[in-house]
Design a protein around this ligand. Sequence first.
Ligand code: HEC
Ligand code: HEC
Length: 163
Amino acid sequence: MKLNTLWLLAATAALATTAFTAQAKYNGEDRGRPVMPAQSNAQWVAECGSCHMAFPPGLLPAASWKKVMTGLDKHFGTDASLSAADTQMITDYLVKHASNRWSANTAPLKITDGEWFKTKHRAGEIDPAVWKRESVKSPANCMACHRAADQGDFDEDNVRIPK
Ligand code: HEC
Ligand code: HEC
């Protein structure tokens, strides 16, 4: 019994350390700023919400948004380029409202490549086959499961995985 208790204490301590380290990283919950800023931007919604939902600025750090916005002519296999003025305006909006909690050395181009995304959507929680469903198509299709994702709502209680 005594040994067991000791082991448990050690395990708890180890867990606490892990939790602490994880907290120092961008974990999808503590972004330092809201996922979706109170004030929207019409240009951003129109231009970045036409092929997929306009991904809330708080889902990526500023460095990622800068990368995305400087590569719009080769945007995930499509050309999403804009006028210089629109590019500047949207970049400013995204950067201003980006996550300011990000300790990763590399700023991913994709939200779905982020560590926190993988943690929140790991195989233990979601059957890997789900991602291949016709109703889901891609992990980037947030709205398939988070119905109000375009309003910045990713609350676990509102998740519905489609058949
Ligand atoms: C012409 C269509 C089109 C437009 C316009 C467009 N995108 Fe995309 N975007 C795509 C495609 C296609 C993907 C890949 C989706 C996938 O992997 O399922 C993508 C993916 C992304 C991703 C990565 C999603 C992830 O985590 O996997 C980000 C971030 C993104 N777009 C941002 C933007 C921003 C910002 C704008 C506006 C400046 C924009 N997009 C406009 C087509 C577009
Ligand atoms: C196939 C369905 C599915 C898709 C697509 C999906 N998610 Fe999720 N997401 C979930 C589920 C299920 C959970 C809850 C996991 C759990 O129980 O811990 C979740 C949890 C989350 C959480 C944590 C919420 C909380 O309350 O802790 C965030 C943030 C999130 N998802 C963001 C995204 C983003 C951003 C996208 C798109 C780029 C996305 N998700 C795409 C199913 C999905």
